[in-house]
Write a protein that binds this ligand. Structure first.
Ligand code: SAH
Length: 396
C-alpha cells in the first residue's frame, strides 16, 4: 500500500470525523507532514495517533475532504467500487431506462466522493471536480466510468474551470477526457427531449435536480396558464405543455437561456401556439403583468445566497419574489416556489414565503414540500448536502 503523508489533528478535534462528517477544517490541524501539496492524498490521525480517514488535501477553510474512513489505497479500483455503488443505486431507483437517460450518477459527499459530481446524459458523462484532489484523479475517474458504464458510455466531458479553487496551482481546462465533439446533445428525461449544452451551459448543462418536481408540475398543469420564471432551458415548461396547459410562458433574463427553452419546446411539440417566451428580469416582468393572467407560477431562481454572509439579503429577495407572485396570481392558483441556496434552511425559506403571503393578504395552503431527488442523495452525516427546497402552494 502507498505510504500516504499524514496530517495530525489538534486534541479533541476528531469528534466530527468519528461521526463520519467528511470535512477537516484547517483550524483543526496540529501538523502536516513535510511536502504535502494541494490535491495530495493524505491520512488523517487524531492527536492520540489513532487513524481517522483518507482524503484529499487542499489549501483553504476545508483543508481535507475525506473519501474513505478506512485505511485504503485511493486508486482506480477505489473509484470503480464507489462508482459501482452509485450506479447500482440509480439503477435500483429506476432512473436508467430507454425513455430516461438523464440522471446524476455521483453527488459528492452523498455518494462518499467528496468534491466530485458526475451527470449522465445518454452516452455522455459530464465530470465536475470541486476539489484539487478530484481534478488530479480525473483519469482514474474516467477509467472507473468506462468500467462501470461499459458500452453505454461513449464520451466523458470534464467541466471544472469554474468549480475549482482559483488559486490552486493547476490550470483546469474544460475538455473531452473520452470521445470528441461529434456527439448528439439530445438527452431524454421522462421521455421528453432536451438539448444539453455541457460546454457552455450552467452547472453540467441541465438542472437534473428538478426532475421529480417537474413531473409533479405536469400533473397540475392541465388547462392552466403557466408562467415559468427563471426558466433556463425550459424544463418546467416542457412538462407543463405535455400536461395540457392552456398556455405556457417562459421568462429568463438570459437571452441564450430563452433560446434554448424555445428550442426544447419546438423539439417536443413543434410550433405550438400555446407557448410564449420573454427575455426579461423576473421582478420587472411580474410587476408589469396584469392580475389574474396566470394560475400557475413557477419561481425557481438561482441561489440568492452563496455564503452565510448573504443570508439576510437572500431572505429579503425570496420574500420580495414570492410576494410579487402572490400579488398577481389568479384565485385558486398554484405557486411552485424554490430555493437552491444551501446556506438557507428549509425553515428560513418557509418563513420568507410565509412573510410574503402575510403581506399579500392572500390565503395560502401548503400542498407539497419538495426537495432534491434521490439521485442527489444526502449523506446523513453531512447535512450540508441538502440544498434544494420547494413548496407547492394553493393561493386563493
Ligand atoms: N428552472 C430552471 C433552472 C433555473 S436556473 C430549470 O428547471 O432548469 C436560474 C435561471 O435564472 C438562470 O437561467 C438565470 O439566467 C436566470 N436568472 C437569474 N437572475 C434572473 C432575473 N433577475 N430574472 C430572470 N431570470 C434570472
Amino acid at each position: 500500500m502507498t505510504d500516504y503523508k499524514k496530517i495530525k489533528l489538534k486534541p479533541k478535534k476528531e469528534a466530527s470525523l468519528k461521526r463520519f462528517h467528511p470535512w477537516v477544517f484547517s483550524g483543526a490541524i496540529a501538523s502536516i507532514d513535510q511536502g504535502v501539496d494541494e490535491g495530495d492524498i493524505v491520512e488523517i490521525y487524531a492527536n492520540d495517533d489513532s487513524f481517522l480517514g483518507v482524503g484529499h488535501y487542499q489549501i483553504g477553510s476545508i483543508a481535507v475532504r475525506i473519501v474513505s474512513f478506512q485505511k485504503r489505497e485511493i486508486d482506480t479500483s477505489f473509484f470503480i467500487e464507489r462508482l459501482t455503488q452509485a450506479y447500482q443505486l440509480r439503477n435500483a431507483l429506476g432512473l436508467i431506462r430507454n425513455d430516461n437517460n438523464t440522471y446524476r450518477l455521483v453527488h459528492g459527499e452523498g455518494d462518499m466522493l467528496s468534491g466530485l459530481i458526475v451527470d449522465i446524459y445518454g452516452s455522455m458523462a459530464v465530470v465536475q471536480a470541486h476539489s484539487v484532489g478530484m481534478h488530479m484523479s480525473r483519469k482514474m475517474i474516467t477509467t472507473g466510468l468506462e468500467n462501470v458504464l461499459n458500452k453505454s458510455l461513449s464520451h466523458v466531458y470534464y467541466k471544472s474551470e469554474t468549480t475549482l479553487p482559483f488559486k490552486a496551482p493547476i490550470n483546469p481546462e474544460d475538455d473531452f477526457l473520452m470521445g470528441g465533439a461529434d456527439i448528439d446533445k439530445i438527452a431524454l428525461e421522462n421521455n421528453l427531449k432536451f438539448q444539453i449544452d455541457w460546454e457552455k451551459g450552467q452547472k453540467t448543462g441541465f438542472f437534473i435536480d428538478q426532475r421529480e418536481n417537474r413531473s409533479l408540475l405536469e400533473k397540475y398543469s392541465y388547462n392552466r396558464s403557466v408562467l415559468n420564471m427563471f426558466c433556463y432551458t425550459g424544463g418546467f415548461s416542457v412538462y407543463a405543455m405535455r400536461g395540457g396547459a392552456r398556455s405556457v410562458t417562459d421568462v429568463d433574463s438570459s437571452g441564450k437561456a430563452v433560446m434554448l427553452a424555445n428550442e426544447n419546446i419546438k423539439r417536443n411539440f413543434g410550433d405550438d401556439d400555446r407557448y410564449k417566451s420573454s427575455s426579461d428580469d423576473a421582478f420587472k416582468f411580474l410587476k408589469e403583468i396584469p392580475n389574474d393572467a396566470y394560475d400557475l407560477i413557477v419561481l425557481d431562481p438561482p441561489a440568492f445566497a452563496k455564503h452565510r454572509g448573504a443570508v439576510r439579503n437572500a431572505l429579503q429577495g425570496y420574500k420580495k419574489l414570492n410576494f410579487a407572485a402572490f400579488e398577481k396570481i389568479k384565485t385558486g392558483g398554484i405557486v411552485f416556489t424554490f430555493s437552491c441556496s444551501q446556506v438557507i434552511s428549509r425553515e428560513q425559506f418557509r418563513l420568507a414565503v410565509f412573510s410574503a403571503a402575510a403581506i399579500s393578504g392572500r390565503k395560502v395552503q401548503i400542498l407539497h414540500q419538495l426537495s432534491q431527488p434521490a439521485d442527489h442523495p444526502v449523506n446523513i452525516y453531512h447535512p450540508e448536502g441538502e440544498y434544494l427546497k420547494g413548496l407547492v402552494l394553493h393561493v386563493y
